[in-house]
Design a protein around this ligand. Structure first.
Ligand code: 7RM
Length: 650
């Protein structure tokens, strides 16, 4: 691995003000949690408001957890009503910026009124507690209003990312048996309109369960409305009351379903419930982002992904924070949009993904240099391993060596952050998410369940259930058991552990380094390698923008490695044969000769999911020569795939 062998301890000025200010304070929390993890989580749950207290904090019937059983609460009440008693009612909950440039601010009181109106509208349409409501929207405040309105009446929301096709929407509405859909006419993206309602209409042709469609008018596009089925948001909310009694819901009431990809073609409907989820997202948002009353928090995720659910909507609002929500693309109209937003709104906390940071690097330092980023005090990253060079760039160019970076590891399934620095207390190292948060029991283990030695690659498991864990895969509990609980099953001698699907290792300081999904772990001539490690080496080359390494079966070595590399614009015109050799030599230097890719293929861009993850499965299929067979519904840009294939034939 490219070595950036440095450590950063929290700056004194930051630590002094932080919720958890010292290493000792953090270890006390860790100890307290491991002595009695259930009562630790009870303490966190008491930070929320409950209509009725729980009778049993934790019930475990492998592999199904229930938290705070007997307690009743409501997510919308906790995010909104709780903040209306004092001055916070006039605090900005959402500062929104549309892609064309308009801005809107909603105070907690205003957001509460909108959510109540939307809840009343849903009730009027006959949506009931326990029904599923699909939400297919762009990044507009009404998407948050829609989620919280569902939560308020006890309907389960199923947010489908606005970049998904009508096919994907149809599949997700059908699988979840949605009774209503909330969408919008069109959304702005990179100066263009994405016609969401038209896509929804196509999806609805193949969906019998949806009775009602609510359509937000975001643009002036002509939009077809089906009489009796379709209702304009502004019309149906116009007559609705600004007050609504939040439903008193059992702690285990289903809050939302969110679809995510597994190793097969069919997406999995991850089911999250109320009390445990809220407890852990509120706790982790406060601890990891060190949220304070005057923070302005900007997370660049889309609400269609778990990061948007937990750390745009629920986590920050539960803490009464001010969030910045941006509708469009980071490079519209120019590649400085995020820096411009940070400067204009005085953003203090910025949470983004490595894939975005790599794009910032590619666009060049001159863009952030145009802006005053001095309001920033904390940076975060999530979604993939961040390679140390990229971390260092983030640290120096965006954080000006002042801001701690929290590299947060978690999954759609975990609901909340599991492994992360606590910024006032943890010494960070570029490339590692450091240690599990207090209350979280993770380990790196061998196939036989024994713990790995220092620096030995193994499987990342969670050994004790946690409040915000998924409860099942909606409608498919068998798959739930298989996907997460079959690798380390419960036996007479073994309690059964949750398997994350990730490979990892732990260094001498006990820090966890995520190697990547285990399906990306390859064996070359008897050496166990994470493709991410090789990619990290390739990306450390100054001309490389992105790299993805996949394996194809090889008679001699077990696996042969193929590296797909996209170059920065500064590489234009250079001799690619020479560069190819340079890159192989670089991998040899950083990792060893055995890790040298057998083939380096240059590609204009790499196939990505819409959330920015490189789809290595497609690349594997391309290099295996059998053609692409599996699901490509999450692919961001089909033409990338075509170009890669064409490259094949040359
Ligand atoms: C939040 C999210 C989950 C998978 C997970 C990992 C990878 C996420 C990190 C990371 C290294 C990180 N949910 N992953 N965060 N790998 N360092 N900080 O992304 O369900 O979409 O993906 O993402 O492989 O299993 S997710």
């Amino acid at each position: 691995m490219a070595k950036v062998d440095v450590k950063f301890s929290p700056h004194k000025a930051f630590a002094k003000e932080a919720h958890v200010a010292t290493k000792a304070a953090l270890s006390r929390m860790v100890d307290e949690a491991s002595e009695d993890v259930v009562s630790f989580w009870e303490g966190q749950a008491r930070e929320l408001a409950w209509f009725a207290p729980w009778r049993k904090p934790f019930v475990w019937k492998h592999p199904h957890a229930q938290w705070f059983v007997g307690g009743t609460t409501n997510a919308s009440m906790n995010c909104l009503d709780r903040h209306l008693g004092g001055w916070r009612k006039s605090k900005a909950a959402i500062i929104w910026e549309g892609e064309p440039g308009e801005t809107r601010t909603l105070t907690y009181q205003q957001l509460h009124a909108e959510v109540c109106r939307a809840a009343n509208a849903l009730l009027k349409l006959g949506v009931q507690r326990g029904n599923v409501v699909a939400i297919y929207m762009g990044m507009v405040p009404e998407a948050i209003v829609a989620m919280l309105a569902c939560a308020r009446i006890g309907a389960t929301h199923n947010v489908v990312f606005g970049g998904f096709s009508s096919e994907a929407l149809k599949e997700r509405m059908n699988d979840s048996n949605a009774v209503a859909l909330i969408t919008q006419d069109a959304a702005w993206r990179r100066g263009d309109l994405v016609h969401l309602k038209a896509a929804a209409d196509a999806a609805l042709k193949g969906c019998k369960s949806v009775q009602h469609v609510i359509v937000l008018q975001r643009t002036s596009e002509k939009t077809a409305m089906k009489l009796g089925r379709d209702h304009w948001w502004h019309e149906i909310l116009a007559g609705a009351s600004r007050t609504n009694e939040p439903a008193k819901l059992p702690s285990e009431h289903p809050l939302f379903i969110l679809y995510t990809s597994g190793s097969t073609g069919k997406p999995k409907g991850i089911l999250h419930t109320t009390g445990g989820y809220l407890t852990q997202v509120a706790y982790s948002a406060k601890l990891v982002f060190d949220l304070k009353e005057d923070d302005v928090y900007f997370c660049t995720a889309d609400i269609g992904w778990i990061t948007g659910h937990s750390y745009i909507v629920y986590g920050p609002l539960l803490n009464g924070a001010t969030i910045v929500m941006y509708e469009g693309a980071p490079n519209w109209p120019e590649p400085n949009r995020f820096w411009d937003i940070i400067e204009r709104h005085g953003v203090t906390i910025f949470y983004t993904a490595p894939t975005a940071i790599r794009a910032f690097i590619k666009w060049g330092e001159s863009w952030p240099a145009k802006h005053d980023l001095s309001s920033l005090r904390l940076l975060g990253t999530v979604g993939e391993p961040i390679n140390p060079e990229v971390w260092m760039w983030y640290h120096s160019v965006i954080g000006k060596q002042r801001c701690p970076i929290v590299d947060t590891w978690w999954q759609t399934e975990t609901g909340a952050i599991m492994i992360s620095p606590v910024p006032g207390a943890t010494t960070t190292k570029p490339g590692t998410a450091t240690k599990p948060l207090p209350g979280i029991a993770v380990d790196v283990v061998r196939k036989d369940g024994t713990s790995c030695d220092v620096n030995e690659g193994g499987l990342l498991v969670v050994k004790h259930p946690w409040p915000s864990m998924l409860r099942t895969i909606y409608g498919n509990d068998v798959r739930y058991r298989e996907a997460y609980w079959s690798e380390f099953p419960k036996t007479r001698k073994h309690p059964g552990w949750y398997f994350t699907g990730d490979g990892a290792k732990r260094d001498k300081d006990g820090y966890i380094w995520i190697i990547g999904r285990v399906d990306d772990v390859v064996n070359v001539s008897g050496h166990r390698l994470g493709t991410a490690e090789i990619e990290s080496a390739l990306v450390s080359h100054k001309l490389v923008a992105e790299a993805a390494v996949v394996a194809r079966p090889d008679e001699l070595k077990g696996h042969a490695l193929v590296a797909f590399v996209s170059l920065k614009s500064s590489a234009k015109g250079l001799n690619t044969d020479k560069l190819r050799e340079e890159l192989r030599a670089l991998v040899a230097k950083e990792i060893g000769h055995f890790a040298k890719p057998d083939e380096v293929r240059f590609a204009e861009s790499l196939p990505k999911t819409r959330s920015g993850k490189i789809m290595r499965r497609l690349l594997r299929e391309i290099v295996s020569g059998f053609g692409v067979t599996g699901d490509v519904s999450t692919l961001e840009d089909m033409s990338v795939l075509e170009r890669l294939h064409k490259g094949d034939e040359e």
